[in-house]
Each structure stands twice: as structure tokens, then as C-alpha cells.
Design a protein around this ligand. Structure first.
Ligand code: CA
Length: 232
């Protein structure tokens, strides 16, 4: 069995080594980094499957590191930070982190989130490819879309959101359902603004007229629905 490799980015030596030891005991392969520069320079050669990212690093802010990685990789990233305010969390998710855990954290919770992230990351395959909606084509294996024959880039979260909609075409999906699937977090309320931000961005990319959406329809007070095949 191939072990998932976790890259632990943390400048505090003790926290890093304890966490890496614990992860190894739980069957993960681990690599560590203590600066942002180290991560960005060695990211490719370290070949991690998931990144645990501290925000307060001695050189580059963790949010910047996250943003940089997202430019060329959709690897799962879990931010672990002492910054526990709502704007910090939303910002973290907006720059592309998959999850946000505040310090001090319970190891078991972090481990559960790591496993959930890895699982979700592997699930987005299957179904026919591409899904052809006329002027919108979705290649789920390649994680890319074409709008009117032109390739359009989606962020990891936008793609996951689109996937959720496609797997539930025609069904009204509640905000809670969408948020909890996208961020695997039971405290749904704090993420609700992040959900709207992502829906807005996705609409901008796939809707011929984002002001009058034909794919992603709003159900006021409930959530959103992706138009069924025989609609529009
Ligand atoms: Ca730190």
C-alpha cells in the first residue's frame, strides 16, 4: 500500500517534530519544512499528497504560500494557525485552502480532517467525460472546462462546487449541504459568505449571462440548484 505523504510546514521545531512523529505512527509518510521559501522551492521534489500549513512563518506569510501553490497545483492544503478570527478563516479558504484548523488543536481532529481531505481529493473521478452541456463542456478527469470552445481555468474549490452541482443535477442543494461538502465543517454559518463568493465566481466563468444564470439557479433562503438536463 502506498502511504500518503504529508508535508508539515511549521517553523516551530517541537510542534513540527511531534506532529510528524504522530503522523508516521498513524501510517503516513512525512516531510517537513520550516520556511515558506523551502516549501515553494522544494514543492515539486517533495511530492506531497497533502500539506499542513502554518500561517506565521519566518519569511513568507502562509497565505501567500498557499496562493502560490494554488497557481499550479490542486493538492489538499490544511491551514493550521493560531489566527482564529473569522476573517482569517475566510481569507484562508479564499486563497484556496481546503480546511482551516486553529491552534491549539486536537491531534485526532486534525487527523480526521487530513483523512477526509485525502478521501475527497480521490473521489472526483467517474461519470462520463466530458459532460457536454452545449456551450459548456466539463472534463472531470482533467479537471478543466471549456466555454464556447475556449478553455477556462477553475480553482480547486470552484471545480469541486461544480462537481457537487453536477452530481446532484436538478436537486435543490442547501447552503449547509454545499458548505459542509466543500469545507467539511460542521460550523456552517461562518463559511456561508465564502460559499456565495465561490458561486459568484463560478457563475462568472460558466454562465453566458451571470446576472441571469441559466445553470446555477438561486433558491432564496434555501440554497442553489443546477438546472436539470431538460431545463433552459
Ligand atoms: Ca509559526
Amino acid at each position: 500500500m502506498v502511504k500518503a505523504r504529508i508535508l508539515v510546514v511549521e517553523d516551530e521545531h517541537d510542534i513540527r517534530t511531534v506532529l510528524m512523529d504522530q503522523l508516521r505512527l498513524d501510517g503516513f509518510d512525512t516531510v517537513g519544512a520550516s520556511t515558506g521559501k523551502e516549501v515553494l522551492e522544494n514543492f515539486k521534489s517533495l511530492t506531497p499528497d497533502l500539506i499542513i500549513l502554518d500561517l506565521k512563518l519566518p519569511d513568507i506569510d502562509g497565505l501567500m504560500v498557499c496562493q502560490e501553490i494554488r497557481k499550479h497545483s490542486d493538492i489538499p492544503i490544511i491551514i493550521v494557525s493560531a489566527r482564529d478570527s473569522l476573517p482569517d478563516k475566510i481569507r484562508g479558504l479564499e486563497v484556496g485552502a481546503d480546511d482551516y484548523v486553529t491552534k491549539p488543536f486536537e491531534y485526532l481532529e486534525l487527523e480526521a480532517r487530513i483523512r477526509a481531505c485525502l478521501r475527497r481529493h480521490q473521489v472526483t473521478s467517474g461519470m462520463t467525460d466530458p459532460i457536454d452541456l452545449g456551450n459548456l463542456k466539463i472534463y472531470r478527469q482533467k479537471r478543466m472546462i471549456e466555454v464556447n470552445g475556449k478553455g477556462v481555468k477553475l480553482t480547486k474549490k470552484e471545480f469541486e462546487l461544480l462537481n457537487l452541482f453536477l452530481e446532484n443535477r436538478g436537486k435543490v442543494l442547501s447552503r449547509e449541504f454545499l458548505s459542509s461538502h466543500l469545507w467539511h465543517n460542521k460550523e456552517v454559518y461562518p463559511w456561508s459568505r465564502a460559499l456565495d463568493v465561490h458561486v459568484r465566481r463560478l457563475r462568472k466563468k460558466i454562465e453566458p449571462d451571470p446576472a441571469h444564470p441559466k445553470y446555477i439557479l438561486t433558491h432564496a433562503g434555501v440554497g442553489y440548484r443546477f438546472a436539470a438536463e431538460d431545463e433552459g
